[in-house]
Design a protein around this ligand. Sequence first.
Ligand code: GZL
Length: 331
Amino acid sequence: MPGRTAVLKWGALLSLLLFILLLGGCRRQEESQNDAEEILVGFAQIGSESGWRIGNTRDMEEAAVRNGVRLMMEDANQKQENEIRALRSFIAYNVDVITFVPIVEDGWTNVLQEAKQAGIPVILSDRLVSEDVDPDLYSAYIGADFTQEGRNAGTFLLKKAEEMEGETLGIVELTGTKDSSPAIQREIGFHEVIDGNARFVMLDQMSGDFLRSKGRECMEQLIERYGDQIDILYSHNDAMTYGAIEAMEAVGIVPGRDIVIISVDGEQEAIDLLREGKINCVVECTPMLGDLVFDIAKRLAAGETVPKMTSPKEAVFTEYDDLSDLPPRGY
Ligand code: GZL
């Protein structure tokens, strides 16, 4: 019966079509629910002053995707006023959570109070605000223990000094961005370990602002001023170290031999220079904070209580280590 067969065929086709439409509808509803669950995080990044910072930005972007978080990122181009403007735009946009890198420790109270009044939790990412800021104004800090990084640098120097000649050893220090928590704390930690040791003579400190170009300028001036009195360079980040090495090599100083170099961050380029013997110690400061930040952000958005301070575990790489199995650094 051809008519009956045709009806059965059309019926089957129609049922299949209905099933497909129903399935698509459920997926869309599920996605919309997921979208509804996807939180929106406003992130104010300070700029791109170093390979470390560029790695940190890349990691935050990739971690947002990994963690199913919508990211609204603003770049402050190294200016605090741009960061504050970005935070105010996140508040106006009513994001679910704000995270930012305080470029310096002070000047945040007003905008943090505005975020609090708006009921938007704030996560400090990478750097800290001053202890004078009411800690109730932010929900969490995710970043390194910079004082420990400074201690790690000092501890390496105590060991290295045992094999160095000379009654006294002259130290110059390239410090990071003035009034930033990494610069403040890396200095404190290092001097906690070496101050009081009569063998070490602190010749001078200059701020290279975490920049390669300024690291070179500062080292040129220090070499000009102190010459072969300089036995040790302690540099608060790898970017300034690369600039300092350029300044040394320009006048025939052999980095890692004529001047012992201790650097902080752990960028791939620094590890390569460590392997070449041009740097003697690289203290790790990981920029890979994104997964920690967005895990805490999702918990805050869900109304959970979270740890106030979370610091990643960090290593120290020295000339005494076998680095052959060290995986690529990723920044
Ligand atoms: C440290 C970070 C510092 C890096 C520098 O967590 O804030 O800023 O050490 C970067 O390379 O510029």
